[in-house]
Write a protein that binds this ligand. Structure first.
Ligand code: ADP
Length: 646
């Protein structure tokens, strides 16, 4: 194969430019990123080797080498891991995590200019563009790679990190990858023994493979008694030293791990550049023994809601990486947690299929969920600011548990929070606090669902509740109303939508009687309105929830609310058209007036117009779109003209 030159995809060029500019203050991390790639490559090879021994070709001396050459001003990072074929190298090094690219640039555009650099750095961290960080310190990078177990020839990849890279065949017989960085002028000083040693120790100490550096030592020759010969010319010797302790951090005793060590490990596994919000380090001994180190991040990763979002906890057996994205370790609603679980009791060559059936793993999962929920509960009680930081970032995912994890539903119910008629804007309340504030005669927990607090808090549905001092929760997250499919009650109190069914607000007998009489009085008028609106509503009735507004729309007890309809539609699901119920405030003078028109002439054409206006009003007050706003405006204008003339 002759040498060919290819262009980076546009996003990569843009990204390269961005990385080199915005990460400049933290440039030493390129070593961590390249060592981390080497370590992943060794993990992949070791895993393949468990399935097919031949791929290892009897060489199980897994290691990562970091060398430097002061004269040539280069740093070389070598591994004998899985390696890459030509196609793989083009694919992997020429693109960014595919699903994330678009999202990444969209978010980048949204950044405000004042702290753009710091935010860009975080974003880059989240999107895992590790390799490119090496271009901050290099004017040229050359990669040699040979794929393990493949008959394809080795490849040489070369680029100055601007627009293009070249690729050609190369003679290399050992598997693995060698990355040579030709340092740029400002960064020659990285080619130093102590500098590299310091960086490796700081960021990569726990890497489970030896990170080896060959160092030059000048030594005086020795005589036959082992004594140095004083006047002789020194001779140069080469010595291999291992730079990292290789001790898996989760195996260590908590007492011997500093916060800094914990945080660095988190950054390594999560690709996050920020410190974690909290951590859980477990060492369980007994019938079931395992170690777990779990982290709660501060911010959600970009892919949290993408279909390909992964479970963030990896499984290890005796320090050996086995697999990531393991749904048998944590449920999906805790997918944002990062970390490792290591059990010495599982076989090394365990497969995904076996794991699915594994009783032990099931117990570990149950236990981990318990620990995570306990930690969150404690955080909520002891450090509410921290909990709010967590909750704001992850509540959307956590709430999924309320209808997927029946066993832990009650514990999750203690963790969810909402705004309400009794909280200031932006402040949240828990169900527990809600219940503690309930007046004695209030039997149920009430909520109203909608897009924005501003709209729903003035909704007519809420009038009577306010009058009775009954608190109403604002369900403004699209998933909120959905969770009531799993969570029907809290502390034996039903959780009810105030926009659904008949509401019993504990009114006394006189009030009930009054309502019956009003129903009787307006019976024919209500039927006429219903007739006029027959395509839109299924019933028109006297309301128990209104005090000042004239009308509102409610759903059937088991019907679908417009909010749910929207949610299903956003998930591309078909939703049958549901007709709702129009409730009228019989005490509003409007209905007396309409009744008298009706009494005079049942066929009065104004009744049809007024019915339609009532329906449109009801829609407007809940923030919904009118079917025909122009028609509505015309009718209003006509009415005003009439009123002004009289
Ligand atoms: P990330 O490591 O976050 O995936 P990188 O840009 O650092 O992002 O690497 C891109 C991909 O290139 C890796 O996912 C891996 O498939 C491949 N790669 C990088 N370095 C090596 C290596 N030393 N050996 C084998 N594959 C590698």
């Amino acid at each position: 194969m002759t040498k060919s030159t290819m262009k980076f995809k546009t996003e990569v060029s843009q990204l390269l430019e961005l990385v080199t500019h915005s990460l400049y203050s933290n440039k030493e991390i390129f070593i961590r990123e390249l060592v981390s790639n080497a370590s992943d490559a060794l993990d992949k090879l070791r895993l393949e080797g468990l399935r097919d021994k031949n791929i290892l070709e009897n060489n199980t001396d897994f290691k990562i080498k970091v060398d430097f050459n002061k004269d040539a001003e280069t740093i070389t990072i070598t591994d004998n891991g899985i390696g890459m074929t030509k196609d793989e190298i083009i694919d992997n090094i020429g693109t960014i995590a595919k699903s994330g690219t678009k999202e990444f640039f969209a978010r980048l555009k949204d950044l405000k200019s004042d702290d753009k650099d710091a935010k860009a750095e975080q974003l880059i961290g989240q999107f895992g563009v590790g390799f490119y960080s090496a271009f901050i310190v290099s004017e040229k990078i050359v990669i040699y790679s040979k794929k393990a177990g493949s008959s394809e020839p080795a490849v040489k990849w070369e680029s100055d990190g601007k627009e293009k890279f070249s690729i050609e065949e190369f003679k290399k017989h050992d598997r693995g990858t060698e990355v040579i960085l030709y340092l740029n002028k400002e960064n020659f000083d990285f080619a130093s023994e102590w500098r590299i040693k310091e960086i490796v120790k700081k960021y990569s100490d726990y890497i489970s493979y030896p990170i080896v550096m060959t160092v030059e030592r000048e030594e005086k020759p020795k005589d036959k008694d082992g004594k140095e010969i004083k006047d002789a010319e020194p001779i140069t010797k080469y010595e291999d030293t291992i730079l990292n302790s290789m001790k898996a951090i989760w195996q260590k005793d908590k007492k011997h791990i500093s916060d800094e060590d914990y945080n660095e490990f988190y950054k390594h596994i999560s690709h996050d550049w920020e410190e974690p919000l909290d951590r859980i380090h477990l060492s369980v001994e007994g019938m079931l023994s395992y170690k777990a180190l779990l982290y709660l991040p501060k911010k959600p990763p970009y892919d949290l809601f993408l279909r390909e979002a992964k479970i963030g906890v990896s499984l290890y057996v005796k320090n050996v990486f086995i697999m990531d994205d393991n749904k048998n370790l944590l449920p999906e609603y805790l997918r944002f947690i990062k970390g490792v679980v290591d059990s010495a009791d599982l076989p090394l060559n365990v497969s995904r299929e076996i794991l699915q059936e594994d009783k032990m793993l099931e117990k570990i999962k149950t236990n981990l969920v318990k620990k995570v929920l306990e930690t969150l509960k404690k955080m909520k009680e002891k450090d509410s600011d921290k909990y709010l930081e967590f909750y704001t970032a992850f509540c959307k995912v956590l709430k999924e548990g309320l209808y997927t994890d029946h066993e832990n539903k009650d514990k999750l119910a203690e963790l969810v929070m909402f705004e309400s008629t009794k909280t200031d804007k932006g402040k949240l309340t828990s169900l527990k606090d809600y219940v503690s504030r309930m007046p004695e005669d209030q039997k149920e927990i009430y909520f109203i669902a909608g897009e924005k607090r501003d709209i729903i808090e003035n909704s007519p549905h809420i009038e009577k509740f306010k009058a009775k001092d009954y608190e109403v929760l604002f369900f403004t997250d699209p998933i909120d109303e959905f969770i009531t499919n799993g969570l029907f009650e809290y502390e034996k109190k039903a959780i009810k939508s105030i926009g659904k069914g008949e509401i019993d607000l504990g009114d006394d007998e006189t009030v009930k009687k009054e309502k019956e009489e009003e129903t009787k009085k307006f019976k024919s008028l209500l039927e006429t309105i219903k007739d006029n609106l027959k395509d839109e509503v299924k019933e028109v009735r006297v309301s128990a929830r209104l005090t000042s507004s004239a009308v509102c729309l409610v759903s059937d007890e088991h019907g679908m609310t417009p909010n749910m309809e929207k949610l299903f539609k956003s998930m591309n699901q078909e939703v049958p058209k549901t007709k709702r119920i129009l409730e009228i405030n019989a005490k509003h003078p409007l209905f007396e007036a309409l009744n008298s028109i009706y009494d005079k002439n049942k066929e009065d054409s104004r009744l049809k117009d007024y019915s339609e206006l009532l329906y449109d009003q009801a829609l407007l007050t809940e923030g919904a779109q009118l079917k025909d706003p122009v028609k509505f405006a015309q009718k209003m204008a006509d009415l005003m003209a009439l009123e002004a003339r009289s």
